[in-house]
Design a protein around this ligand. Structure first.
Ligand SMILES: N[C@@H](CCC(=O)N[C@@H](CS)C(=O)NCC(=O)O)C(=O)O
Length: 249
């Protein structure tokens, strides 16, 4: 039985959940209290997985500490420990080849791996900072908006905790300043890139793949912001996120 360590509402963690669900593997989800998670996963025997995350152009000390101690999602099975989605995807494909998380054709696989790499290295952080920028500027509104949504509540169940802590995470872990432009300027090019991959059949195909499972949760996170929906409307990127992570009724 797989055990998956996550923090509630995390887009990165949702990617691993989608991959386990894709393969129809039963797993026990262990929700860890957000901000204790680097230490908790380290104490559970995970290494840090080799991530080197950059927030904008900075690596604030808490981000470095996370990279040193550990990140979630973190997957445990039969005494083995695997963290980071890239490694989890390959580990799962090795143990359960079907349905695969990557196309069999080498060229198509390369294209999916390019999209997966961009989703990991660029999109995951951009989505986080776009959402957090809204929390830094409008803590109460974002606390309300994140009570529920495509990935459940974000990070903390209590509204007051979300209102107080999430802006601090934005500022001190992910280098989002109140004075920053609100980072939305990057959104059109992000969505254009995803739409182009969908048009090329790299994303959003009949057989979903690891890159789909990386991209959709990041889009879902951005969509917790109440002001971004108009930028998504009519785009294939919105269809992709609606397919994988629909807005709860
Ligand atoms: N890109 C990696 C890293 C995931 C990641 O950044 N996870 C966050 C939670 S959303 C984390 O564990 N952060 C720990 C920290 O920053 O202290 C992946 O997809 O597995």
């Amino acid at each position: 039985m797989y055990k998956l360590y996550v923090i509630p509402g995390s887009h990165a963690c949702r990617s691993a959940i989608l991959m386990l669900e894709h393969k129809q593997l039963p797993f026990r989800r262990v929700d860890v209290i957000t901000l204790t998670h680097p230490l908790v996963v380290r104490l559970r025997g995970f290494d840090a997985g080799g991530e080197r995350r950059i927030a904008g152009d900075r690596r604030p000390p808490p981000l470095r500490a996370g990279d040193r101690y550990g990140t979630v999602p973190a997957l445990a099975v039969d005494g083995q420990r695997v963290s980071t989605n890239r490694q989890i995807a390959r580990f799962l494909d090795h143990r359960h080849p079907e349905p695969s998380l990557f196309p069999a054709d080498p060229e198509q696989r390369r294209a999916v791996e390019d999209a997966e790499r961009w989703a990991n290295d660029t999109l995951q952080m951009a989505a986080r900072r776009i959402a957090l920028a809204h929390a830094v500027r409008n803590p109460s509104a974002m606390s309300r908006a994140t009570a529920d949504g495509r990935m459940g509540y974000l990070l903390y169940r209590r509204a007051l905790t979300r209102r107080l802590i999430i802006p601090l995470i934005g500022r001190f872990v992910f280098a989002v300043d109140r004075a920053d432009p609100d980072l939305l300027a990057d959104l059109p090019s992000i969505l254009d890139r995803i739409d182009a991959w969908i048009a090329d059949g790299v994303l959003g195909g009949e057989q979903l793949n690891a890159a789909d499972f990386m991209v959709a949760p990041s889009l879902a996170l951005i969509l917790y912001r109440p002001d971004v929906l108009p930028q998504f409307e009519g785009r294939p990127a919105l269809e992709l996120v609606d397919r994988l992570l629909p807005e709860p009724a």
